[in-house]
Design a protein around this ligand. Structure first.
Ligand SMILES: [Fe+2]
Length: 372
């Protein structure tokens, strides 16, 4: 264990066991990150033309200021071996307390502090060699997704609380353990389907009641259920329902997918959603038993809880861990999320660089030329 993850002995041991690590910025580094994020926000944030190369340059500059231990920690995540990496010691973006009510989505998206948090997330993703991207079938094709109770279902009703609640990060409902969709494949594109995101990064604009984000590392669960069950989970015997966050008319249900796959670069990669997955009707008893063992293992696991604020961010390895949350208690809670694609995704995916996967297919479209 390197010094950079020994924030304090108790926490470091707890997180290391769970394969979750902490990266601490010192004051000088975090001041510089803050300036670089502000510069990126000033040109329009992550979605602006030129943002990708600016974030990349910012990450390169910051890396020069990191210690050997800090660099090793970033490399461990970049190599796919860490379930989640928490960035601490970040500067507050704004001092103001949240308003009495959650503003609407559009006005939030255009706020300078949101652009700053998005920009900072984009730079942090680059530190672990992930490229920010969005699918155009999801989140209206936008890079930054605001996670908040816009559509009801939280502990406290919103104005115009709908009868039917959307099961997505735009509602206030509790979300069971899941990886992010799409669920067809995890690292390599398959049959024209895009891989799932390699990472998601989250920070908080407001979290007045300090509500936790929960992460469940998969390695201990897979070890517990054993090799035979794991092998059964690599077969294409599972199906899933369509995500509520998909753009109308795009994306859909799926069947004959696996939950686990072996991968030469990262060892294994997983896709799973406790409220969307089920077993194909014609699956064998071996497969059904393995699926039950996985579901039991997930439900019995103790999630690692972390309370995000403006002064922290968490990048979650989406093929190695699940995440979940409780019902939203304070409707002013707003998280800022971006997806990342790791260095292991085939370069052929990146023909152009606004990183928008077209529908559910693998072409990634944009306008700034090939990535380096
Ligand atoms: Fe999620």
């Amino acid at each position: 264990m390197t010094d950079s993850i020994k924030r304090d002995v108790e926490n470091a041991e707890f997180f290391t066991e769970q394969d979750i690590r902490i990266f601490s910025f010192d004051t000088r580094q975090s001041t510089r990150l803050h300036t670089l994020a502000e510069e990126l926000a000033a040109i329009g944030g992550p979605q602006a033309p030129g943002a990708k190369s600016k974030a990349s340059l910012a990450a390169t500059e910051l890396k020069c200021s990191f210690s050997k231990d800090q660099c090793e920690l970033l490399a461990a995540y970049s190599n796919g071996l860490v379930c989640a990496l928490i960035f601490e010691g970040l500067q507050k973006i704004t001092d103001g307390s949240p308003p009495n009510e959650l503003p609407n989505l559009t006005s939030l998206e255009n706020r300078y502090d949101v652009l700053c948090l998005g920009a900072r997330n984009q730079i942090l993703l680059k530190l672990v060699d992930n490229i920010s991207f969005a699918y155009d079938m999801d989140n209206e094709g936008k890079l930054v997704r605001l996670v908040a109770n816009f559509k009801g279902g939280g502990l406290t009703k919103i104005n115009a609380e709908p009868d039917i609640k959307e099961l997505s990060s735009h509602s206030g409902l509790a979300l069971g353990p899941h990886t992010e969709a799409p669920y067809w494949c995890a690292v390599n594109a398959k049959d024209g389907h895009s891989p799932s995101p390699s990472s998601l990064i989250l920070s908080a604009l407001w979290n007045p009641s300090l509500e936790a984000t929960r992460v469940i590392p998969l390695p201990p669960i897979l070890e517990k259920i054993g090799v035979t069950h794991c092998l059964a989970l690599t077969t294409g015997n599972f199906r899933f329902t369509r995500s509520d966050s998909f753009v109308s008319g795009k994306g859909g249900d799926g069947r004959n997918v696996s939950i686990l796959e072996f991968d030469d670069k990262v060892g294994f990669a997983a896709r799973f959603n406790s409220y969307r997955f089920s077993v194909n009707d014609n699956a064998s008893n071996f497969v059904r038993t393995a699926y039950s063992a996985l579901c039991r293992g997930v439900s019995e696991a103790t999630p690692v809880e972390y309370t995000l604020t403006q002064e922290s961010a968490m990048v979650i390895n989406n093929v190695r861990s699940l995440h979940c949350r409780d019902v939203i208690k304070d409707n002013r809670r707003v998280l800022v999320r971006i997806f990342g694609l790791s260095k292991f995704l085939p370069l052929s995916l990146f023909r152009r660089t606004r990183y928008c996967c077209r529908a559910d297919f693998l072409s990634i479209q944009a306008a700034e030329g090939p990535i380096m």
